[in-house]
Design a protein around this ligand. Sequence first.
Ligand SMILES: Cc1cc2nc3c(=O)[nH]c(=O)nc-3n(C[C@H](O)[C@H](O)[C@H](O)COP(=O)(O)OP(=O)(O)OC[C@H]3O[C@@H](n4cnc5c(N)ncnc54)[C@H](O)[C@@H]3O)c2cc1C
Length: 393
Amino acid sequence: MSAIFAAQAGTQVVVIEKNATAGQKLVLTGGGRCNITHAGTVDDFVRVYGKSGRFLRHCLHEFSPDATRDFFGRIRIATKVNENGCVFPVSESAGNVQYALLDQCKKLGVQFVFGRGVEGIKKHGAEFIISAGKEVLTAHKVIIATGGASYPDTGSTGDGYKLAKSLGHTIIEPKPALVPLITSEKWCAELSGISRDNVTISTMIDKKRISVSGAMIFTYDGISGPAVLDLSRLLADYFPAQKPIGIFIDVVPAMNEAKLEEYLMGQLSQYSKKIIANVLFELVPKKLGGLICSQAGITETNASQLKKEQRRKVIQLLKKLPLSIEATAPIEDATITRGGVSTAEIDPTTMQSKICPGLFFAGEVIDADGPCGGYNLQIAWSTGALAGKLAVK
Ligand SMILES: Cc1cc2nc3c(=O)[nH]c(=O)nc-3n(C[C@H](O)[C@H](O)[C@H](O)COP(=O)(O)OP(=O)(O)OC[C@H]3O[C@@H](n4cnc5c(N)ncnc54)[C@H](O)[C@@H]3O)c2cc1C
């Protein structure tokens, strides 16, 4: 995106890419379907980004989610919005998005140096000297768009942090985010593969309530799924200093406690001869019901024998199933990296370094991130477009 906007502004652009082609991570996005962005206004995006929102506001106004969809429409990537507000290409092909961007670069005369990783960037007077293997290039402006440190097989191995640091920048500690969570409880393994379409997960840290909603799945060492990935982004700042972090899962958020009690009492009288786990089967998957019964100490109890305090315990577990989070899964498994080049040292109106004039940043290398749903690619599109346009200016 940076290369396209810089070339459109009429300058000679060279992209140095360590892989044999560009956009290796892009082709993996959205499970191969590429969740390009999200439906919503700039204000919606700023709110969703949380602490990154203020820094991103200007570039989102300069190249908004709507402008992004218009741009992709112009390069023959028509988009559609799903029921959750996520924007995908109509073709549902991330490969098509990658191809369209590379094709646009080609049409604008962008040159690519593939298979060369940038190892050093030095500033001499007004010029940058860039070393990449045997290649040494000079440039008036440099845009670092090397991504984060997650999914390193795609090429993003955190090189941008070293390059930025060598030019005087501060790096906020990169941490895995949008990543599965590892629990102290070993029973998650028994439920591995069991999923819920909608849960609410909440916790309280430093007197701050954190809450996320959406789908989740139990895994062999913890929990995953969209709601959990979003939670991991919010917990990342606290690991490893604070651990374990206690969380509660509301596995039936559609019913409040009173409604749930009324519903359960109806079910218990209707199926009075069944054991409780089988009564709960109407509400939650059988294995999860079994776990709740075992935690409530009523594995073999029939519905007709259930005492009031045992019923209260079941309701409590359905509404507030406790788990202790030990850690996030490693950065190699993370969708994004939280942290990166400090936004305090980047001008939000240009993406130019405040420390090293002529140096710009775009994308995940910057300490800015968002939840699942197309918000991270939007950061790459908006910062990339602004950096490309303004680097030329
Ligand atoms: C599995 C997966 C699915 C995802 N799905 C979505 C989604 O659907 N929607 C969404 O919004 N976000 C999604 N993301 C996040 C999104 O892909 C990233 O935030 C986005 O790709 C960041 O773009 P970027 O250009 O900053 O970095 P990257 O896409 O990581 O690109 C950086 C490029 O720089 C190159 N590079 C690195 N170091 C050097 C060097 N020293 N020299 C030369 N080249 C170098 C790399 O090879 C790479 O090609 C997903 C991420 C993953 C891992």
